[in-house]
Design a protein around this ligand. Structure first.
Ligand code: ZN
Length: 87
């Protein structure tokens, strides 16, 4: 819903952020989709979390896929902290 305060969204709200490039990879603008789906740095973190939690690696095509992942990752309740942090 474009509510996350990414650099692109902050700039839309006339908040000066300087460069809107992702500070993690500097390859694209920092949007929620980029941070959670396309960023190579974030993808490496997701891969490590998946290994740590012993759940399948999340293949997401949208931010909604990431949020809805809790239904399919194999973890329930308190163990499913991966997506609880996003809600
Ligand atoms: Zn990035």
């Amino acid at each position: 819903m474009e509510r996350l305060p990414t650099r692109v969204e902050l700039l839309k709200r006339n908040i000066q952020v300087g460069d809107v490039a992702c500070p993690l990879c500097e390859s694209e603008d920092e949007t929620a989709t980029h941070l959670f789906i396309a960023c190579g740095f974030a993808a490496a973190i997701w891969a490590k979390i998946s290994l740590w939690c012993k759940v399948p690696y999340l293949v997401a095509f949208s931010f909604k896929d990431v949020v809805n992942d809790h239904c399919f990752c194999g973890l329930e309740g308190k163990k499913n902290w991966r997506t609880r942090a996003l809600c």
